[in-house]
Write a protein that binds this ligand. Structure first.
Ligand SMILES: [Mg+2]
Length: 365
């Protein structure tokens, strides 16, 4: 029996700034807080939840540009709203803030539709797998070695076998930092992320030091804008180290540029940036067409459902800041088992409920 499509009665947005639990830094920046922009899309008494980690400016784009566009439309026509939102930000500049804003609304619309149909979002999207592997991610350059090691040991307890540390702030210190981790945790697959801090030559020197320590992944050794530099590093890497990038792909065309340039072994994609779950799945199809595996970047609770559905999905990043915030502010945030996460079939949508009262303490003015 056909079901009548409910109308989206409204879209609301709030931003929350949560202090980190210690000073954090990577190869190129330092930070002491994370801003979470939360979108709720309503149809009658059903609420869909979406979010992005971005500037509070993304909340203004949602409020002023995207919410009025979507309100009143069919809660089932997510693709139509996605296309309208992408069109609407043409003169604002799609990449960056606007793409993050679209991402949060798109995720809220997918969640809303799944809740209206009383389905887990992975089932609505079309799941390809039951569970998805996670890898631990933190090891900030601001951490003393003992803190990185303790953090990694915590992820071992979750069953993670792969863990990523930041490098590149002081490249001369990194071999000793990597060695300390390797000696404490001889069994793990070690991943490193320079956040674009290095020149191609510095990156190759880092890889030479990293290879004997069993490093298997080198992320953004040079800036993602330098596709020729990334490609040169990729060509020069020892066979056991993969090059990964893609966290600044704001849509499937950014993903296409990286994939087509032959500069990555693994394409990272971020549904909280690349125009949402719709954009993530489109970009994953681009990766598939280039025979590239996909790794979901940060925001593990948001990535669970699309990662169960996406083509060639290898793993989801269990990023310290976001895993912590999601456990604090979302009831139903995934809990790893044997180094994997899975959707709870009894919970519709993302399976998340926003803990508004707990979040209010962090609300931006
Ligand atoms: Mg990174």
């Amino acid at each position: 029996m056909p079901r009548e499509a409910p109308a989206i009665s409204g879209v609301t947005v709030g931003s929350y700034t949560i202090p980190t639990d210690a000073p954090e830094a990577d190869g190129t920046i330092e930070w002491s807080s994370t801003t979470l922009v939360v979108v709720e899309a309503n149809a009658g008494d059903v609420t869909g939840l979406g979010y992005t980690y971005a500037s509070g400016a993304a909340a203004i784009v949602v409020r002023d540009t995207l919410a009025p566009l979507v309100a009143g439309g069919s809660a089932f026509d997510v693709a139509r709203h996605h296309a309208a939102m992408v069109r609407a930000v043409r003169n604002i500049g799609r990449s960056g803030i606007a793409a993050c804003a679209i991402s949060a609304v798109d995720a809220a619309l997918w969640d809303l539709k799944a809740r209206l149909l009383d389905l887990p979002l992975a089932a609505l999207l079309g799941a390809r797998r039951e569970r998805v592997a996670i890898y631990g991610s933190g090891g900030f350059t601001s951490y003393p070695d003992r803190r990185t090691i303790a953090q990694f040991e915590g992820w071992t307890d979750l069953g993670c076998r792969l863990m990523k540390m930041k490098v590149g702030a002081e490249p001369e210190r990194d071999p000793a930092r990597m060695r300390a981790v390797r000696e404490a945790l001889p069994e793990i697959g070690l991943m490193i992320d320079a956040n674009g801090a290095l020149t191609p030559r510095q990156a190759l020197a880092m890889a030479e030091a990293a290879a004997p320590l069993g490093v298997v992944w080198f992320e953004e050794p040079v800036t993602h804008d330098d596709t020729a530099g990334l490609a040169a590093v990729r060509q020069g890497l020892p066979a056991g180290i993969e090059l990964a990038a893609g966290e600044y792909a704001y849509d499937q065309w950014d993903a296409l540029r990286l994939a087509a340039a032959g500069c990555v072994d693994v394409l990272q994609l971020d549904a909280s940036r690349c125009c949402g779950i719709t954009g993530f799945l489109a970009a994953a199809a681009v990766a598939d067409a280039h025979h590239l595996p996909v790794s979901a970047h940060t925001a593990p609770a948001l990535h669970l459902a699309p990662s169960l559905a996406a083509l060639r999905l290898r793993h989801v990043e269990w990023f310290h800041d976001h895993a912590r915030i999601e456990a604090m502010l979302f009831d139903g945030a995934p809990q790893p088992k044997d180094g994997t996460i899975a959707a709870d079939p009894s919970r519709p949508g993302h399976g998340l409920v926003f803990k508004r009262q707990d979040a209010d303490a962090y609300a931006d003015a």
